[in-house]
Design a protein around this ligand. Structure first.
Ligand code: IPE
Ligand code: IPE
Ligand code: MG
Length: 244
């Protein structure tokens, strides 16, 4: 792990950091600008955070970009966000590949524009061989929706005689979630001062540590991420056991 950038930090690495990137709208509104300007600035922060993550000891980075509830927003904002996702994939593909980043998506894709779906599948396939950083972006993701879809799949497997209900363990259930094969997050960060989880990874984050910061996402920097990880590294995770 490179120590030159954040040499003051003695890391107990947060292998998997998940971020609820919140506050883009307020960042723009505070300046009298349209909300989409905040989303565009937010996408630039994603670039910086992705680039800085490996040096901070992060191997898995999961970002909440669009929830199953975000369709309630205006058509203009929803379409603008979808355009930002497409542009990010288009513009970043070469750099992600050059930096050894594997990109995946979680969430229900069927409701997304077919062209965006193809781009998502394309970059997943293109970067499938990398693992310096595993970047997962949640688009049209909702934890309840994910659990429901997994349960439906399991019910079908049972109905078809492919699965014995007695074999349905915690691990077998987790395998059928969108995050199947990904480790659980160690640390969940939410920006913008809101202290709720908004349907993000309810199953996977059952034992995660949470950090909340007042910083709006467009102002969030790699330095602040480093400081949060340093704080995390001093926490004691007990997983139901007793203090060491
Ligand atoms: C987070 O910023 C990005 C998405 C939810 C897509 P918001 O758009 O929720 O920003 P605020 O919370 O309104 O400031
Ligand atoms: C959560 O933020 C979703 C994402 C960051 C993509 P929201 O802004 O949608 O959540 P609420 O409405 O404040 O709970
Ligand atoms: Mg918000």
């Amino acid at each position: 792990m490179s120590k030159d950038l954040h040499s003051d930090i003695d890391l107990r690495p947060a292998d998997h950091v998940a971020i609820i990137m919140d506050g883009n709208g307020r960042w723009a509104t505070n300046r009298g600008w349209p909300r989409l300007v905040g989303h565009r600035r937010g996408a630039e922060r994603v670039r910086e955070i992705v680039r800085a993550s490996p040096d901070l000891g992060i191997r898995w980075l999961t970002l909440y970009a669009f929830s199953t509830e975000n369709w309630k927003r205006s058509t203009e904002e929803v379409l603008g966000l979808m355009a930002i996702f497409a542009r990010y994939i288009e513009r970043e593909a070469d750099r992600l590949a050059a930096e050894g980043v594997r990109m995946r998506f979680i969430g229900e894709r069927g409701r997304l524009d077919p062209k965006l779906q193809r781009m998502m599948a394309g970059i997943e396939a293109r970067t499938a061989g990398f693992d310096r950083l595993n970047l997962t972006v949640a688009i049209n993701y909702g934890g309840r929706d994910e659990i429901l879809r997994a349960t439906r799949r399991i019910a079908e497997e049972v109905a078809q005689g492919h699965l014995d209900p007695a074999d349905l363990t915690v691990a077998a259930f987790a395998d059928r979630l969108d995050t199947g094969g990904l480790p659980d997050p160690d640390l969940v960060i939410r920006t913008s001062g809101e202290t709720r989880t908004s349907n993000f990874l309810p199953w996977q984050a059952a034992y995660a540590e949470y950090e909340f910061t007042e910083t709006l996402w467009p102002d969030f920097t790699a330095d602040e991420l480093g400081a949060i990880i340093a704080r995390y590294s001093n926490r004691e995770r007990r997983f139901g056991g007793v203090a060491r």
